[in-house]
Design a protein around this ligand. Structure first.
Ligand code: URA
Ligand code: SF4
Length: 217
């Protein structure tokens, strides 16, 4: 058994403001994922870009940056992000007021020809990266967390959590604000038929509408 507990904790500065954390995460060696990534992709709130303690009602948590996010240094700016934007608009949620981040801050991938194919982060990597997510939660203090996909949902709600069974329902977990989990837009993009894609998109939009109405209640 390995006795050293690898984690991001020791890379997190005392001065916890968003700009300071965003700089510091670039130096993180809390797990091996920094080695093959272009940069770390931290969370952001477009309308509070330079705020030290940006407040947002919703924190949306994805899995990890993808190819485009890794290049651009911003979360959800590639194909999945475009789909998310459309679904948010349909659910009448202003993305610029949502703090958007990921469970793991570096892109994990493997080469396939010239492409860099997304690889699911391991539990070890998810745990190692947790202190960054905890620091973001502490600063943003959202009223609701929206988990996109199983990696985010299971990392907060436990490995037995099933999106297929419990999506769109408000969950309570010790030490967290209320959590609602839904489908990951990347999973929708991988759907095999148009019919599946339409159905899954409607599920995501429906769940986002529930998030919006929870915040109004
Ligand atoms: N998928 C994610 O989970 N996060 C991103 O930022 C982009 C794609
Ligand atoms: Fe650090 Fe997270 Fe990147 Fe691992 S994935 S190096 S813990 S920021």
């Amino acid at each position: 058994m390995k006795l050293t507990h690898e984690s991001a904790a020791k890379f997190i500065p005392e001065d916890r403001t968003l700009p300071v954390l965003r700089d510091a995460v670039q130096q993180c060696h809390g797990c091996d994922l920094y080695r093959n990534a272009t940069q770390a992709v931290f969370g952001e709130l477009e309308t509070g870009a330079n705020a030290e303690r940006p407040k947002a009602a919703i924190m949306m948590i994805g899995e990890q940056p993808g190819d485009q996010e890794d290049r651009q240094g911003k979360p959800f700016v590639g194909p999945a992000g475009k789909l998310l934007d459309r679904c948010l608009e349909e659910a009448e949620i202003d993305r610029r007021k949502v703090y958007v981040t990921n469970t793991v801050k570096h892109f994990k991938w493997e080469p396939r020809g010239k492409l860099r194919i997304h690889k699911k982060p391991s539990m070890k990597e998810i745990h190692a990266c947790r202190p960054w997510l905890a620091a973001e939660l502490e600063l943003v203090t959202p009223k609701l967390i929206v988990c996109l996909g199983a990696v985010a949902a299971q990392s907060l709600l436990g490995l037995s959590f099933r999106i297929t069974q419990s999506h769109g329902k408000i969950q309570q977990a010790e030490g967290f604000p209320p959590i609602l989990a839904t489908l990951h837009p990347s999973a929708i993009l991988r759907a095999r038929t148009d019919e599946d894609r339409h159905r899954d998109t409607a599920t995501l939009v429906g769940d986002l509408r529930r998030a919006a109405s929870f915040l109004k209640s």
